[in-house]
Design a protein around this ligand. Structure first.
Ligand SMILES: [Zn+2]
Length: 72
């Protein structure tokens, strides 16, 4: 869950690089199949746990994401 006060994502969740660099995002990532490795808001390494049902990724500053929140 991302706090309401959090601004737009700034960093690529998979590379930790600024989004402004225009790094392409993998197809699997867009589908929510691939857990993010870096927080999109602060580029910290996130604690990623993969389970048979999906994944969770936690930033110590910005809280937890999970694969369910990415499903479309
Ligand atoms: Zn963060």
């Amino acid at each position: 869950m991302i706090p309401v006060a959090t601004p737009e994502p700034v960093y690529n969740e998979f590379t930790g690089k600024p989004l402004a660099d225009g790094v392409p995002v993998f197809e699997a990532a867009l589908l929510g199949l691939e857990p993010p490795r870096y927080c999109a808001y602060c580029a910290r390494r996130m604690i990623v746990q993969v389970s048979p049902h999906g994944w969770t990724a936690r930033c110590s500053r910005h809280g937890e994401l999970d694969s369910k929140s990415r499903e479309r």
